[in-house]
Write a protein that binds this ligand. Structure first.
Ligand code: B4P
Length: 197
């Protein structure tokens, strides 16, 4: 039996809250013909539709905390299964913990595939706060509405998520990209990094 899934390209788009993961993933998915899965977007869709998952996720997200691992992993796996024929994926906002990274590796293995690279957007904290407060003026997102919650999200990133740099560096899969500047300039930097892979 021919296994086509081994030709998939799977990227993790990484970075602190407000680094521009969602913004950039929208360009990259078109250019590279990949399925974009944003865990934040899936949670927000569930919140809007008042599902049980949404209700649970909201109680964490509104405080700027991470949603528990198992809930997030189950949701991510379901999203990947929904797109079984994909040429590959851009994971945006996942993984955010070591447990999630291991679960993602196992999931990719089950598909005879792997994560090819983690592309990290590097942006200074003060720029993140500024961007999220700006978005908060119109987004209606409770987690963008107040500086204390935004700083809590950044703190969660440093305590639970930033360590994933080592996880992917150890496998020679970590690529840092300067995430400061215009959206177009950052897209160009990302594409030149991806094209070299
Ligand atoms: P996410 O939805 O992932 O949100 P984010 O961290 O705000 O995202 P992002 O980096 O994508 O920023 P964006 O492009 O929008 O997570 C929200 C919450 O969901 C988390 O706090 C957590 O509670 C929960 N969650 C999600 N995934 C989880 C997981 N795996 N495990 C547990 N919990 C999870 O950009 C931000 C703003 O900056 C936008 O307004 C944008 O227009 C602007 N911007 C972008 N690039 C810019 C640039 N170059 N210059 C100026 N502004 C720019």
């Amino acid at each position: 039996q021919i296994k086509t899934t081994q030709h998939m390209t799977n990227l993790v788009l990484f970075g602190p809250p407000g680094a521009g993961k969602g913004t950039q993933a929208n360009f990259l998915k078109e250019k590279y013909n990949l399925v974009h899965i944003s865990t934040g977007d899936v949670f927000r869709f569930n919140i809007k539709n008042e599902t049980a998952l949404g209700l649970l996720a909201k109680s964490f997200m509104d405080k700027g905390q991470l949603v528990p691992d198992q809930v997030t992993i189950d949701m991510l796996e379901a999203e990947v299964e929904k797109n079984a024929g994909a040429k590959g994926f851009i994971f945006d906002g996942f993984p955010r913990t070591n447990t999630q990274a291991k679960a993602l590796d196992q999931l990719m293995q089950r598909k005879d595939s792997q994560i090819n690279a983690m592309i990290a957007l590097e942006v200074a904290d003060e720029v993140l706060v500024e961007r999220l407060l700006e978005r908060g003026k119109s987004s209606g997102r409770a987690d963008d509405a107040d500086e204390t919650i935004i700083r809590n999200r950044i703190k969660e990133y440093y305590t639970k998520t930033a360590i994933l740099k080592d996880y992917y560096s150890d496998q020679n899969k970590y690529f840092g990209v300067d995430g400061f500047g215009s959206i177009e300039a950052i897209t160009k930097r990302l594409c030149s990094t991806i094209d070299k892979l």
